[in-house]
Design a protein around this ligand. Structure first.
Ligand code: UDP
Length: 450
């Protein structure tokens, strides 16, 4: 009966156009589609997802008004603010069109990324309920709340941005772990975060996290939040969702992994936004080479400042590593992490990467650069104790020791076992009777009641 009812119900999704936001949104779409909902994705032209990967969804681009300069600036805060400022009319027009084209198939609700807050007013105006998707951790949300509060009281910037003093109201974090970034001014960032935090019109908040990872942060947020929260993650494990990669995924690395022994390879990737300089590249390269462990390294084109791809790798490095290392521009990360040859993940600790690693029981080396990455690094190393946080500037000797500890040395053994335990707990939460499983069912019920 559920199938029958939902078939005439359409959900409109509006993702924030970055890889780390598009993936969980489309994964949520795949789950809801499996429950019988029709899925329409309205998206910006900027970083538009590839419709051919999701033949079951309907995609509609809207004009986003972004200038070539804005896009090439890489300023994610300015770009997100501009989309919110520019897109009200074009989104409204699209939404109306979707409603008029298929009046039988009414729009049950809009599910939007919390950063794409402009969509809420449009939906409200057209009498469409809205549900908010949050694609980063609850702990990061608490840290960002603390950041907004300190900023509004005039306490930021601190005299010492590397302060080790504890952050008020958020366990295990220090002032230096506050999720700041260098994209734009603190005023602009506060405007974006403040708007994303406003839940007044939301029917529900869907959070890509799970109880066994963030129990105390979830308890804290549930007390403060007037809207029901559904912690249903990790979303990538729920439905066999197709890849929603914006970049072409290298497939040859899987063949290389097939030739390696079990748990022998460290996978290295700093995600879709972070970048490094030539010095950091050299330290990473020699740290990996000197560890003598096989590695699969994603060097995203444009991620090394001042070059197109890997031109700045130090001389002699490629000869030195021979067959022991494999470098690609972009990988199918979920597939890589679930490969039997992978034994460790050196990550920037974006929330998706963190969830993907924990779900596979892979211990991590954490080198965060900004924002929520700082928060997740602390949790990986200090709370879940499944990884090593490299706190200082990248240095080859420290990297070499960390890789060996993570992958082979006896003193890393406890961490490797704990990672397997955590994987098991995450699996339990997704099974019948688990917390994410029951929140998913409750979410479907809630949507059907709207
Ligand atoms: N990813 C990928 N291939 C790569 C590197 C990353 O498919 O070579 C995916 C990864 O699986 C994750 C997303 O890109 O889902 C990155 O999101 P995350 O939140 O980890 O970090 P961000 O890129 O937003 O900093």
């Amino acid at each position: 009966e559920m199938e029958k009812k939902t078939q005439s119900n359409r959900l409109v999704l509006f993702p924030c156009p970055y890889q780390g936001h598009i993936n969980p949104m489309l994964q949520l779409g795949s789950f809801l589609h499996s429950k019988g909902f029709s899925i329409t994705v309205i998206h910006t032209q900027f970083n538009s997802p590839n419709p051919s990967n999701h033949p079951d969804f309907t995609f509609f681009p809207i004009q986003d008004g972004l200038t070539a300069e804005e896009i090439s600036s890489g300023n994610a805060v300015a770009i997100s603010l501009a989309i919110n400022a520019n897109c009200t009319a074009s989104f409204r027009q699209r939404l109306t069109q979707v409603m008029e084209q298929d009046p039988e198939n009414k729009i049950t609700c809009l599910i939007h990324d919390d950063v794409m807050y402009f969509t809420k007013a449009v939906a409200k105006d057209l009498n469409i309920p809205n549900i908010m998707l949050r694609t980063t951790s609850v702990t990061n949300f608490l840290a960002r709340t603390a950041l907004l509060r300190l900023h509004s009281k005039g306490h930021i910037p601190f005299p010492d941005s590397r302060s080790l003093n504890p952050l008020p109201d958020v366990d295990h974090l220090r002032l230096k772990d506050l999720p700041t970034n260098n994209f734009d001014t603190l005023e602009k960032y506060s405007e974006l975060a403040g708007n994303a935090h406003d839940v007044r019109t939301a029917s529900a908040i869907v959070w890509n996290t799970t109880d066994c990872l963030e129990q105390s942060s979830l308890a804290q947020i549930q007390q403060q939040c007037p809207v029901p929260i559904f912690s249903i993650g990790p979303l990538h494990r729920i439905e066999a969702a197709a890849s929603s990669s914006l970049l072409e995924e290298d497939t040859t690395c899987i063949g290389w992994l097939d030739k390696q022994s079990n748990n022998a390879v460290i996978y290295v990737s700093l995600g879709s936004v972070a970048s490094i300089n030539e010095k950091e590249l050299a330290e990473m390269a020699w740290g990996l080479a000197n560890s003598k462990q096989p590695f699969l390294w994603v060097i995203r084109p444009g991620s090394v400042s001042g070059s197109n791809w890997m031109e700045q790798l130090p001389q002699g490095f490629i000869e030195e590593i021979g067959e022991r290392g494999y470098i690609v521009k972009w990988a199918h990360q979920r597939k890589v992490l679930s490969h039997r040859a992978i034994g460790g993940f050196w990550s920037h600790c974006g929330w998706n990467s963190t969830l993907e690693s924990l779900s596979e029981g892979i211990p991590m080396i954490c080198t965060p650069s900004f924002g929520d990455q700082n928060v997740h690094s602390r949790y990986v190393s200090l709370v879940w104790k499944v990884g090593l946080h490299l706190d200082n500037e990248l240095e080859r000797g420290e990297i070499e020791r960390a890789v060996r500890k993570l992958m082979v040395d006896a003193d890393g053994g406890v961490m490797r076992v704990r990672a397997k335990d955590l994987k098991e707990k995450i699996e339990v939460s997704l099974r019948n009777g688990g917390s994410s499983y029951s929140f998913l069912n409750k979410l479907v019920e809630l949507i059907m009641s709207l």
